[in-house]
Design a protein around this ligand. Structure first.
Ligand code: ZN
Length: 495
């Protein structure tokens, strides 16, 4: 296979990912027998396609010497959806597929093609998942230097500078942190409330049980070794650093734990967490930390979140408690649903979903989503008709103008009168053409045209005929969250 890697970085600061990093990420997708050619445009924006190496690549695609293009991210090809779609169409025409390293798109797979159409059609390319946004900014910065990203200093640490970068150093309170960890891990009878008392009695430090719990669950105190890596790996946390770097010499920092778009503190699913090695040393060993995590999650089986969420299939992570906004998870043998605001933060929420079945929620979601699609398609249809009407009006006026012109040429006496008529007709025509050009119609917007063409190709989307994987991808793009009420009814909030 002849593979092209395309990388682009503009002068814009938002384009934080360097050409080299992009190329490295793309190379991971290369197979042993592939012949690779690299194209890169440094200092060019994605606003248009006026980029030298990009043009060279398009030429090569046209000559048929490239089978696949790999990019780090879809927007490397173009930030403009019209251009993007044209390029995509061009590639398709020349039997060239493309793959994106970050978004895991491969147009040579059926799902990739499907997702691309849907994704492009809703023009949500800029609206990536929170995790990706975090990755783009913090991720690469932190990857190289492990700096402290700022915010409130963690208890027991003071901000400092190492090689001119923000970092943390232990202060006199660090011994209390170490003691809290050892007390809680060693004696199974110790409660958080006893630790509150201990901190006050022995260190004259006043803190709440929640503050202690936060300290006890933060890996920035921990010597990050292989064991810690495995612990988080099991929870599907994303890592910035390679496994081999987990040698216990540094602490671990996790970002994107909570949903920043929400005013209330709502925890993200652990698969959205991003972990990277910090520039400072940990003070607690990983074994103690993991024992503490297990103790903290005792009585509550939420720590191993992979299993219960997997059971929720396409809806995993999307269902939130209508009362408090926390995630609703599935637990236990019989798959009962419960709000983590109730199960993990006692007293925060009292919602009960007793008797509510996942299958019923799935059914309700299916109905709502189908309704969403049907509405969209009927709108497309109505606008297609309206467009057709305008098209006909324009044609009629053009013919009338032609006739009037003929007439005025034949009869000199009536020329002035006909010219006035022509002017009026011309005005009418301009108005219609403007209406057309200004995109009065939603279906004229490129994203909708793309959907429409994909719909024509695939037939209208029937939600229940999609695979679980397709449903999940679609819901992730379109749906912000699904609020679940205690009586089992839902409200879907679209993106
Ligand atoms: Zn709740």
């Amino acid at each position: 296979m002849r593979v092209a890697i395309y990388a682009r970085q503009s002068v814009d600061k938002q384009d934080s990912v360097s050409i080299d990093t992009q190329i490295d990420e793309c190379k991971r997708l290369i197979r042993t027998n592939d012949v690779t050619e690299i194209y890169s445009d440094q200092g060019f924006s994605g606003k248009n396609t006026e980029r030298p190496d990009f043009k060279r690549m398009l030429d090569d695609i046209e000559y048929g010497i490239i089978d696949k293009v790999i990019v780090y991210k879809l927007d490397r090809l173009s930030r403009n959806i019209v251009d993007f779609y044209n390029v995509y169409d061009f590639m398709k025409k020349h039997k060239c597929s493309f793959e994106s390293a970050l978004e895991k798109f491969d147009t040579s797979s059926e799902t990739g093609e499907f997702l691309l159409n849907i994704l492009a059609s809703f023009a949500h390319m800029e609206r990536q998942s929170i995790a990706q946004r975090v990755k783009d900014s913090y991720y690469y910065r932190a990857k190289t230097d492990g700096r402290w990203l700022g915010g409130k200093e963690p208890f027991g640490f003071t901000r400092c500078k190492i090689n001119n970068l923000s970092s943390l150093q232990p202060n006199e309170n660090i011994n209390l942190v170490i003691e809290l960890y050892s007390k809680y891990s060693e004696d199974t009878n110790t409660s958080l409330h006893q630790l509150v008392k201990y901190a006050l009695d022995y260190y004259s430090v006043k803190m709440s049980a929640t503050q202690i719990k936060n300290i006890l669950s933060n890996p920035l105190y921990v010597k990050a070794d292989k064991k810690l890596y495995d612990y988080y790996k099991l929870q599907k946390v994303q890592f910035v650093n390679d496994e081999s770097e987990f040698d216990g010499s540094r602490a671990l920092q996790i970002v994107n734990k909570t949903d920043q778009s929400n005013k209330k503190k709502v925890f993200n699913d652990t698969s959205l967490w991003v972990a990277y090695l910090a520039s400072w040393k940990g003070v607690v060993d990983s074994r103690t930390f993991i024992v503490v995590q297990e103790r903290l999650s005792q009585n509550k089986s939420y720590a191993t979140s992979n299993k219960p969420t997997n059971k929720m299939l396409e809806l995993s992570g999307l269902i939130k408690c209508a009362k408090c906004g926390h995630t609703v998870k599935m637990k236990g043998k019989y798959g009962s649903l419960s709000c983590i605001g109730r199960s993990e933060y006692r007293g925060y929420c009292n919602a009960s979903f007793k008797g509510v079945k996942l299958a019923n929620i799935q059914e309700l979601v299916a109905v709502e989503m189908q309704h969403y699609f049907d509405t969209f398609y009927s709108k497309v249809q109505a606008e297609e008709q309206a467009k057709e009407t305008i098209r006909q009006q324009i044609n009629t006026i053009k013919k009338e103008i032609d006739l009037l012109l003929d007439f005025s040429l034949k009869d000199e006496l009536l020329r002035d009168a006909t010219l006035d008529k022509i002017r009026l007709k011309q005005e009418e025509l301009t108005k219609l053409q403007l209406e057309w050009a200004n995109g009065v119609f939603d279906t004229d917007k490129i994203e909708n045209r793309v959907l429409h063409s994909s719909v024509k190709f695939d037939g209208e989307v029937q939600y229940n005929e999609l695979s679980t994987e397709q449903k999940q991808s679609l819901l992730r793009i379109l749906v912000k969250r699904i609020l679940l009420n205690e009586d089992g009814s839902i409200q879907i909030e679209m993106n």
